[in-house]
Design a protein around this ligand. Structure first.
Ligand code: KG4
Ligand code: ZN
Length: 340
C-alpha cells in the first residue's frame, strides 16, 4: 500500500498541532500553543486537556486547508499516544479513532520521542544509519543509538530532571517568563559564561547518564547568596553560565557516545535542540573527531505534528497499523511497542 498524504496529530502536552506531509514535503504544520498556562508558570494538565478539546477540530481543518488536501486523499493518520499527559494524549487518540472509523482511514499510534527523532527526516532529509540521537526536551534527556529505522538502543539518560525542565526551572527562579529555554538562550548570548562556575554533573563518569537537579540547586543557592540586586544586574551572565554548564555535558557525552559506538553522525532532537549554544558547540566538538551533526529547522524542534506524521509514515511502511483498542500511555518508553 502506498502512503502518500499522512495526517499527523500531536496533543501530548500544551501544543495542539496537526500537519499534512508527504515523504518529501511538509504541506502544512499548524501549531497552537496554549496560552492559558502562562499565568501558572507551567502546564496545568486539566487545562491542557480542555484546550486540546476546543482546538483539535479547527486545527485539523486549517491543516487540511493549508495543504489543499481533502480527507479522501489522506492515506493514513499518525497520532501521538505517549509519553505525555494522559488527558491531553486521550484527546488526540480519541479524535483520531473517530475519524478513522468514520472515514475508514488507517491510523497508527506514535511515540512522541520517536517523533522528535523523525523531525530530522522531514522534507526528504536523510541521515545515514547507524547514528546517535540526543533527545533533549522539557520531559526527556536521552542518548540513543539509532541502528536502523525504528530500531533504538538507549545508551543513557537523565537520572532526575530533564535538561529542558532545568532551563524552565532556572528561568522561573530568575523570574523569567515560561517556557524558560528560549528566554535563557536569548539572554545568554549577551552574558559572560565565566561569571559563575556551575557544576557539570557526571561529566567525568564513563557512562552516558546525565543529571540536572544538582545544577538547578546550584543556581538556586547562587541566587540566594548574591541577593536580588546583584542577580538583576548580572541576569545575562547567570543565564550564560548556567547554559554553558548544561550544554557542555550534553556535548561531551554525545561525542563520547558516538566515538564509543563508532557512528559518524549525531542528530539533535527535541525542544532544547533549538538552543543556539548546543547547536554551535556540538558542531565544533564533533568536527574535532570528524563527526557530522544534524538538527532540524527550529519549527521542527519543539512540539509539532509534522514530526509525528513522519514517524507514522515510517511505521506504516513497516506494515504497522493500530486498532481501535489503542490507548494513551503517559510513561511510554522509546522503542516500546504496544500493539493495540
Ligand atoms: O520538545 P518540546 O517542545 O516539548 C517536550 O516534549 O517536552 O520541548 C520543550 C522544551 C522546554 O523545556 C523549553 O524551555 C525548551 O524545550 N526549549 C529550549 C529552547 N527552546 C525550547 N531550551 C533551550 N534553548 C532553547 N532555545
Ligand atoms: Zn516534545
Amino acid at each position: 500500500m502506498k502512503f502518500k498524504y499522512i495526517l499527523g496529530i500531536e496533543t501530548s502536552c500544551d501544543e495542539t498541532s496537526a500537519a499534512i506531509i508527504t515523504e518529501n514535503q511538509v504541506l502544512s504544520n499548524i501549531i497552537s500553543s496554549q496560552m492559558v498556562h502562562l499565568q501558572f508558570g507551567g502546564v496545568v494538565p486539566e487545562l491542557a486537556s480542555r484546550a486540546h478539546l476546543k482546538k483539535i477540530i479547527p486545527i485539523v481543518n486549517s491543516a487540511m486547508n493549508d495543504a489543499g488536501v481533502g480527507f479522501d486523499q489522506i492515506s493514513g493518520i499518525a497520532v501521538t499516544n505517549g509519553p505525555g499527559l494522559v488527558g491531553a494524549l486521550l484527546v488526540g487518540v480519541n479524535y483520531v479513532k473517530g475519524i478513522s472509523l468514520g472515514l475508514r482511514i488507517p491510523f497508527i499510534g506514535v511515540n512522541h520521542i520517536e517523533g522528535h527523532i523523525y523531525g530530522n527526516f522531514l522534507e526528504g532529509n536523510e541521515i545515514p544509519f547507524p547514528f546517535l540521537a540526543l533527545v533533549v526536551s522539557g520531559g526527556h534527556t536521552l542518548i540513543v543509538l539509532v541502528k536502523a529505522h525504528l530500531d533504538y538502543k538507549i545508551l543513557g539518560g537523565t537520572r532526575d530532571d530533564a535538561v529542558g525542565e532545568a532551563f524552565d526551572k532556572v528561568a522561573k527562579l530568575l523570574n523569567l517568563p515560561y517556557p524558560g529555554g528560549p528566554e535563557i538562550d536569548k539572554r545568554a548570548q549577551q552574558g559572560d559564561p565565566r561569571y559563575a562556575d556551575f557544576p557539570r554533573a557526571m561529566l567525568k563518569n564513563r557512562d552516558f547518564d546525565l543529571s540536572y537537579s544538582g545544577l538547578k540547586t546550584a543556581v538556586l543557592n547562587f541566587i540566594r547568596e548574591k541577593g536580588e540586586q546583584e542577580v538583576a544586574k548580572r541576569m545575562n551572565d547567570i543565564c550564560s553560565s548556567f547554559q554553558t554548564a548544561a550544554v557542555e555535558v550534553l556535548v561531551k557525552k554525545s561525542v563520547a557516545a558516538a566515538r564509543t559506538y563508532q557512528v559518524r553522525d549525531i542528530v539533535l532532537a527535541g525542544g532544547v535542540a533549538a538552543n543556539s549554544l548546543l547547536r554551535k558547540w556540538m558542531k565544533e566538538e564533533a568536527a574535532n573527531f570528524n563527526l557530522n551533526v544534524h538538527f532540524p529547522p527550529l519549527q521542527y524542534c519543539t512540539d509539532n505534528a509534522a514530526m509525528i506524521a513522519r514517524a507514522g509514515l515510517e511505521r506504516f511502511r513497516h506494515g504497522e497499523q493500530s486498532s481501535l483498542e489503542l490507548n494513551a500511555y503517559p510513561a511510554m518508553r522509546l522503542g516500546e511497542v504496544i500493539r493495540d
